[in-house]
Write a protein that binds this ligand. Structure first.
Ligand code: 3PG
Ligand code: MG
Length: 399
């Protein structure tokens, strides 16, 4: 990718509209429980204000569907940003309304203004042209620094870039870094290249598996989606979560992938979706009636760890079991430990696997933890992002 970056343009005295992904988790008291998405956006935020730019930050939070919902206000994110930077951050109580318009006009060099949640306006999701141009009119420069949202074509991601016309539209360093990691790994991996896919549904990962069959040396499958594969092999899955309508597809993937697809050999199951249920470990495909699979078994975890140990590149997306309910977090922990211990280039995608790595304190032992869930999956599917394609190429503005 040779997109023009925020560091390539002169921002002094200019208004920069930076789309960030501050879609961060909040608890019942509206406290941010994980601020990685804010932290990871900092280099480009600092780059603008330290060079005397006037920074307008815009993001969505949650899915308010065009309705103003005070519980999904971006105010806590603005407060957190001010705490991290140790300097005031202004906040507009609307998006393109009178408050934002006045505050944008009053913005001074080196100052930051955060707009209210973009998704409070239904025109964000519909990609409305007028809304896109109202956002574009705020700024001299547009910067997409919202990797987690790059798979979307919302007004603030795509329409706004078109509406900028001849004004610079650039990538931020977070988007640049994430795309470089993920696309380099996919296009030129050190081998063996191993993908570990988990999570509840096969349907979420079908396109990823199809794309990775042509790229990876091995694809390890855990999580509840393994039970749909087990059903495809006529296994007994008891009460496990399965997608009956995806069994045929699972069969096709098994045939297509051949030896590359590594399915669990044992399963840790329980007789209820509860921590204190009766538990047992059984061979895969032999889950008794009345029991459901809740994690990969210890033999599978050991096998996966061995494969990870001898790999040169690892991509991981999705937990191996019910990570939030010990002891069904064991499989995920063993996999996370094996990735942390290995010398392989390791890319952790997605909300749940990123959370597991953070919870276990392994963030510094892996190569890259993505801030994107859906966006990193889209990259593993081999998709390109219209929201990035639309931005300026380095060459076009170089002279
Ligand atoms: C995410 O967390 O997946 C991104 O912020 C995008 O949010 P969305 O899936 O609600 O569009
Ligand atoms: Mg999402």
């Amino acid at each position: 990718m040779a997109k023009l970056t925020i560091n390539d343009v002169d921002v002094a005295g200019k208004k920069v509209l930076m789309r960030v992904d501050f879609n961060v988790p909040l608890d019942d008291n509206l406290q941010i429980t994980d601020d990685r998405r804010i932290e990871m956006a900092l280099p480009s935020i600092k780059s603008v204000i330290e060079r005397g730019g006037r920074l307008i930050l815009a993001s969505h939070l949650g899915r308010p569907k065009g309705v103003v919902n005070p519980r999904l206000s971006l105010a806590p994110a603005a407060t957190r940003l001010a705490e991290i930077l140790g300097k005031p951050v202004k906040f507009a109580t609307d998006i393109v309304g009178p408050d934002a318009t006045a505050k944008v006009a009053a913005l001074q060099d080196g100052e930051i203004l955060v707009l209210e949640n973009l998704s409070f306006d239904e025109r964000e999701k519909s990609g409305d042209e007028l809304f896109s141009s109202q956002l574009a009119e705020f700024a001299d420069i547009y910067c997409n620094n919202a990797f987690g949202t790059c798979h979307r074509e919302d007004a603030s991601m795509y329409g706004v870039a078109l509406a900028m016309g001849g004004k610079p539209k650039v990538v931020g360093s977070l988007v640049e870094k994430e795309i470089t990691y993920l696309s380099d790994v996919i296009s030129n991996p050190g081998r063996p290249f191993v993908a570990i896919l988990g999570g509840a549904k096969v349907s979420d990962k079908i396109k990823v598996i199809e794309n990775l069959i042509g790229i990876c040396d091995q694809i390890l499958i855990g999580g509840a989606m393994a039970y749909t594969f087990s059903l495809a092999q006529n296994g007994n899955v008891g009460n496990s979560l399965v997608e009956e309508d995806k069994v045929e597809l699972a069969k096709e993937l098994i045939t297509k992938a051949g030896d590359k697809l590594v399915l669990p050999i044992d399963t840790h199951c329980g007789d209820d979706f509860k921590q204190d249920c009766n538990k047992q470990v059984v061979p895969a495909g032999e889950i008794p009636n009345g029991f459901e699979g809740l994690d990969i078994g210890p033999e599978t975890a050991k096998k996966f760890a061995e494969i990870i140990k001898s790999s040169k590149t690892v991509v991981w997306n999705g937990p191996m079991g019910v990570f939030e309910m010990p002891p069904f977090d064991e499989g995920t922990k063993v996999v996370a430990q094996a990735i942390a211990d290995s010398d392989a280039i390791s890319i952790i995608g997605g909300g749940d696997s990123a959370a597991a790595i953070a919870q276990l304190g392994f963030e510094d032992s892996v190569t890259h933890v993505s801030t994107g869930g859906g966006a990193s999956l889209a990259m593993l599917e081999g998709k390109s992002f219209a929201a990035v394609e639309v931005l300026d190429e380095k060459e076009t503005v170089a002279s």
